[in-house]
Each structure stands twice: as C-alpha cells, then as structure tokens.
Write a protein that binds this ligand. Sequence first.
Ligand code: KIV
Length: 250
Amino acid sequence: MNLSKAERIRTMKGCEKIAALTAYDFPMTRLLDDAGIPLILVGDSLGMVVLGYTDTTQVTMDEMEHHVRAAARAKPRALLVADLPFRSYDTVETALQNSKRLVAAGAEAVKAEGGREITAQIQAIVSAGIPFLGHLGMLPQHVNEEGGYHIKGKTDVERDNLFADAIALEQAGAFAVVLELVKPVVAKEVTGKISIPTIGIGAGPDCDGQILVTTDLLGTSPDYIPRHVKKNFHLGEQMKSAFIEWKHSL
Ligand code: KIV
C-alpha cells in the first residue's frame, strides 16, 4: 500500500509513538531526517528561536517561505509541515492562497492554530489536496490576548471546548492535531475521543506523539528552556566552551 506521508502519520495512532521536531534550515532538516524523525515542522517558533522576535506574531509569510525553502532542499523522507503564520489564514481565501505559497516553497502539509472557528479554512485547504495539521490548547499566536503561556483544560469549559474543537478538526479533515500545554489528564481524554493522532507539547505522556522545538531539546534556545522540556542536551554550553577553547588556542 502506498500511503501519502500524512496518511502514514495518521495510521501511526495506536501503533507507534510519533516523534516530531522543528527545523528551520537545510542542515537541521537533514540531521532530523537522518535520525528517522517522521514529522518535521518548520514552525513559526522560528520567530523566537532564530529571528529574535519576542513572540511568534511577528513572523511573516515571506519569512516562512524563506525557511521552508531551505528545509525543503534537504528533500526529507519525513513529512515536512509548515506553519501558517499569524493572520495569514483569517479568511478561507487567504488560508488557501497562503497554504499554496507554502506548498510551492516545498511544504508537504500546513499547520494553523485554532478549532471550530477555522473549520471552513481547513476544509478548503484539505479540498485543495493539502494535508492539514491542527493545533489546539495554548495557541502561541494568541499569547498577547491571553497575557502569557497558560495551561489549558483546567476548567470544565476549557475541557469541553478542547473536546469540541478536536472533534471539529477531525471532521474537517485534519490528519493529526498538536496539543500544546494541555492538562495531561485532558490531553489523554482528547486522545481517546478522536481517531486522528494527538501530538503533545507540554501535554503529558499520553498523547499519540510528542513534538518539541528542537533548540529547546538541544539547549540552544536563546532565552529560556520551557519547563516541559525534560531532556536538555546543553549543547549551547558546549558550543560556548568550543568557542572559548578555539579563541584561547590562537
Ligand atoms: O511553531 C512551533 O514550533 C510549534 C510547535 C511548538 C508545535 O507550533
């Protein structure tokens, strides 16, 4: 059976944990692909860990295209997903047009943040043959309205909204959904309620897969490493030691 890459991710639910990481350029995409990571995201976290913005809301379509092109040059066997940046999918027309731009740059699927309020956009994207990855829970593109990065699913209303949004994403045709900063017990319940995989970040161990910002895992993120990152390889410190050692060797 010759499944599409997105379909292959979908069918991993219940069989194998999905490991997903972010990449923003050619060498990192190649390294992740060589390591057998099946889903690589050119995330708009790019804004914070590469471009030096304070949050992801400043990332533009031009910037996303530039980095997607670089990542796509690695021609990964992994599914290469690209984030639709802030305000790039406000209407069905812009969502479709910008998804097509990311695909033209080399993305094989797109991701956007939100639930029931963006199902028309998702249906249009999926109808155009572009696989769609959902993103629920804490939505970084809404960090300014939310006043920070807070855990979701703590109240009955938030829990019911997460259930309704996850079901809406599945029905709209998403092949999987990222759950960010969701109370673990609620992430587990969402995972049991839908037939597409959940990929957690700060959402406990019971999702169908896990995703991390790669620089958080490596310990090279510029400002801080989020609390949900349990493994940190401290490469930033090792890199600094290498620079110092080289300087002193001159
Ligand atoms: O932009 C990103 O890297 C993401 C992940 C944190 C899921 O959306």
